[in-house]
Design a protein around this ligand. Structure first.
Ligand SMILES: [Zn+2]
Length: 98
């Protein structure tokens, strides 16, 4: 557990930058894998992913740490999507939902 906390602390700076950019631009870019765990933890989603409670917003596949490709903001909620090419394409084009 101490090692996980240490890693989270080391990533805190980049996570803060990502969240600020997210609020300003109302979207999140596709997240590089190295930033996913601390970012998910920050958003309170990591436990849900580990528990299998999160599904891809496009294909309904269960999202895991292994297949999670990225996330984006939709209104007040955060949507996650898997590494299915169709879902990645949809995620990349979901930055301006109408
Ligand atoms: Zn998917």
């Amino acid at each position: 557990m101490a090692r996980i906390r240490h890693e989270t602390t080391c990533q805190a700076g980049s996570v803060a930058v990502t969240v600020r950019r997210w609020r300003r631009r109302e979207k999140l870019p596709v997240i590089h894998e190295d930033n996913l765990v601390p970012l998910l933890t920050k958003l309170g989603l990591y436990e849900a992913v580990l528990a299998g409670d999160v599904r891809c917003s496009f294909c309904e596949t269960e999202v895991t740490v292994a297949n999670l490709r990225g996330l984006y903001r939709h209104g007040e909620s955060v949507k996650l999507f898997c590494d299915n090419p169709e879902c990645v394409w949809a995620g990349l084009h979901s930055e301006n939902p109408t």
